[in-house]
Write a protein that binds this ligand. Structure first.
Ligand code: NAD
Length: 488
């Protein structure tokens, strides 16, 4: 047992409707100051076992409730989070390093929306029925919740991505054991404090905090957890596939990206430039959907680069709680070093850094000197084979390169192991459809970015994932389907 200093926020696991302390804890840092401010339970097999047991016990009653009853509780929870929106946004910003503006306008509103969206969509699904008159048979499908769902989420959009899993899982009648990232656990813990008031029966939502290696793996290996929904890196997903293979678990894997933006010479740059700045640097570039390879057609290349760099230089980096700041701190010291090392490697390979890291100076407020900050960084004259053009950096670093033809750019855009999201900028409708069809990418945005209709599938191709999430897709993942035949 570790002694906690009075100043520290100490989180506890949430199992069977109760907060329970853990025998050991991990330090969690405030990325904008570099100070430890929170203790996160370092859970392992024992804690996971207790949580799975609670979820199993709660399953029969929860799965037999009507969708409308479950929906009411989820809507109540959404209302309670929305009521405390500011408190949640402050916590997310402090824990993750993201700007308070982003947390207020994206993370927490979307978490609320996830709950309401699945609370509503669960009321509208239909199953299938076919008739086989010659045999005197009708066939129909029925869908049932699977059981205890294991949910594992990353640190970049903590409550947003956790609720994107919890909401469809419990709407379908499953009970869950969730394991948020050990680096961003606070808002999940805050949500647990509201479950009782929302009327959530004990054991439906259990949250176990801790590392991936201990708590995450114990969940993945637990024989009574038949499905795992994971969002995180491709490397971790490979480990999860390996560990769950002996149990033949159902897996949904939302992984990394190396997302291209393709800017044709007929693009409206007045829209393309501000949106591409956001798509490259929003949330410090720590969004799986962020653009990191910008292909610009030769005729407008110089103009694009000039305007893009000029606008990037205007981005204000600093204290995340300052509402005028565009970019906050990166998640950790180690991650900042990793992102910086990519810029150094690009430089060593002969690429040019047009602005940001190593080129411009970063002026930080007095309290933030030990925080994990870096400037928006734009790299050019970089080869497609370079690690900066092939690997997911997951920080505020984007590459800009020129191309000549449509044929060429499609091939180059597809020339990475990932296939999550792409953006296409052009005013030629025919070209847009043609290129969108040919891109190996689960999502293609044309003349916009990050506009989502939760009804439609979300997910990646190739190393970016397996499976899709969305109204129908999540319903299908979180239920087992059965085909029933009746002869009359
Ligand atoms: P990560 O893979 O390191 O960790 C994700 C989660 O998995 C964490 O909760 C972690 O504790 C847990 N984990 C780690 N090792 C584990 C193991 N062996 N068994 C079980 N669980 C384990 O990813 P991260 O660094 O937290 O997040 C960044 C990554 O997530 C990026 O690659 C990003 O692209 C990806 N991401 C993808 C999407 C998407 O929807 N496709 C969305 C957001 C982030």
């Amino acid at each position: 047992t570790m002694a906690h200093s009075k100043a520290l926020l100490v989180l506890e696991n949430f199992i069977a409707g109760k907060f329970v302390p853990c025998s050991s804890y991990i330090d969690s840092y405030n990325p904008s100051t570099g100070d430890v401010y929170c203790s996160v339970p370092d859970s392992g097999k024992e804690e996971v076992e207790a949580a799975v047991r609670a979820a199993k016990d709660a399953f029969p009653a929860w799965s037999s409730k009507s969708p409308l009853e479950r929906s009411r509780i989820m809507n109540k929870l959404a209302d309670l989070i929305e009521h405390d929106l500011e408190e949640f946004a402050q916590a997310e910003s402090k824990d993750q390093g993201k700007t308070i503006t982003f947390a207020r306008t994206v993370d927490i509103p979307r978490a609320v929306h996830n709950l309401r969206f699945f609370a509503s969509s669960i009321l509208h699904h239909t199953t299938e029925c076919t008739e086989m008159a010659s045999m005197g048979c009708v066939h129909y499908t029925s869908r049932e919740p699977v059981g205890v769902a294991g949910l594992i989420s990353p640190w970049n959009l903590p409550l947003y991505l956790l609720t994107w899993k919890i909401a469809p899982a419990i709407a379908c009648g499953n009970t869950v054991v969730a394991k948020p990232s050990e680096m961003t656990s606070v808002t999940a813990w805050m949500m647990c404090k509201l479950l009782e008031k929302a009327g959530m029966p004990h054991g439906v939502v259990n949250v176990v905090f801790g590392t991936g290696a201990k708590a995450g793996e114990a969940l993945v290996c637990h024989p009574d957890v038949p499905l795992i929904s994971f969002t995180g890196s491709t490397l971790t997903a490979q480990r999860i596939m390996e560990k769950s293979a002996p149990h033949c678990k159902k897996l949904s894997l939302e992984l990394g990206g190396k997302n291209p933006a393709i800017v044709f010479d007929d693009a409206d740059l007045s829209q393309c430039i501000p949106t591409t700045l956001r798509s490259s640097f929003a949330n410090q570039g720590e969004i799986c959907l962020c653009t990191s390879r910008i292909f610009v057609q030769r005729g407008i290349y110089s103009e694009f680069v000039k305007r893009f760099v000029a606008e990037a230089k205007k981005w204000k980096v600093g204290n995340p709680s300052d509402p005028t700041v565009n970019m906050g701190a990166l998640i950790s010291k180690e991650h900042l070093e990793k992102v910086r090392s990519y810029v150094k490697r690009a430089q060593a390979e002969g690429a040019r850094i047009l602005c940001g890291e190593g080129v411009d100076s970063l002026d930080l407020p007095a309290g933030n000197h030990k925080g994990y900050f870096m400037l928006p960084t734009i790299i050019t004259e970089v080869r497609d084979e370079s690690c900066c053009m092939q690997e997911e950096i997951f920080g505020p670093v984007t590459c800009v390169v020129a191309f000549d033809t449509e044929e060429e750019v499609v091939e180059r855009a597809n020339g990475v192991k990932y296939g999550l999201a792409a953006t296409v900028w052009s005013s030629n409708v025919g070209r847009v459809h043609r290129v969108a069809r040919r891109l190996q990418s689960g999502l293609v945005w044309t003349n916009c970015w990050l506009v989502r209709d939760l009804n439609l599938p979300f997910g990646g191709m190739k190393a970016s994932g397996i499976g899709r999430e969305g109204a129908k897709d999540s319903y299908e993942f979180f239920t087992e389907v059965k085909t029933i035949t009746i002869k009359h």
